[in-house]
Design a protein around this ligand. Sequence first.
Ligand code: ASP
Length: 361
Amino acid sequence: MLNLALPLLSLPTRAEPTDAAAPRLLIIYTGGTVGMALSEAGELVPMQFERLDHKMPELARLPFRIELVSLPAPIDSSNVTPANWLFLAQLIGRHYADFDGFVVLHGTDTMAYSAAALSYVLEHLGKPVVFTGAQVPMGASRSDAQRNLVTALEIAAARHPRARTVRVPEVCVFFNDVLIRGTRAKKVESQQFAAFKSENYPPLARAGINLEFADKSIRLLPGAHLNVHQHLETGVAVLRLFPGITEAVVSAILGIEGLRGCVLETYGSGNAPTSPWFLQCLAEARARGVWLLNVSQCEEGRVVQGKYETSSYFAGLGVVGGDDITTEAAVTKLMFVLGLGLGEERTRKLLTQDLRGEITP
Ligand code: ASP
């Protein structure tokens, strides 16, 4: 078990540390390109952030009280695990009462999964948790880190102009110029600065000369108390269909020992082959208690089970339609819901229900 009592480093800014009116923000550094440097072998590897304020002097101009906490061993986000998500959630829980908002510096590769996972685990969140990172390391010329981090901090500090209530009490991803709900983010680009897309849902804000919030699209849970969940089910898999997929592949994946849930990445509006062997594999998995969540391979649109003959058998088999959920939000939803250890009926209800804005029912 990792130690949650990590040291917080106070960064010099325009706000006095004692100025109670200035928003208090916590930056959590987990790794990713944003903080990478070249190794002797010429590869980008994560490094420690001793003095973020030296690398980003513009932080000193912000009117916020900012503190920084680094994970003891920063990682390339390709190495992220559900255990990292639970640790991150607990770290936020530990400091929740003391800060107005959180910014998580994270690698872009799996940021959408992490943001979705945190959305589920941090139930009744009432403060912003903004994930951001960079395509070019901080300190390198043409880095996007400065802009992304400064704007993410501004979002984490944002309040409604009149009511002064929290503007974005959600887990979200800010990247380049767009703020995306955590359960709707998808990494779509590895070479350009606009790395993320908001799938099947409008962005929560756009950053141009001004920050423009889409208040009607932001979820508000007034009066809620944060509940940090402690468990995620890791016995999950993704089965992506393709023409020519064989029985051997399908039965090997669905037959994995200890499998509890599987995202079925189907075609179009949730369609799949009707071959008897395929249906048999699904039926056997269901009989062993494996939950199947039907998610479309299409980036836009939604699963409508029963629209075609090639999906009409799903309901009878107990396959859950994923509506317009992303694969990232579906994998983590399975981990979360199955991790709750509920009975059949409650599990089905939660898998079908919109929990954190991940589907448009
Ligand atoms: N491989 C890096 C990571 O995800 C890429 C990035 O941060 O942009 O940690």
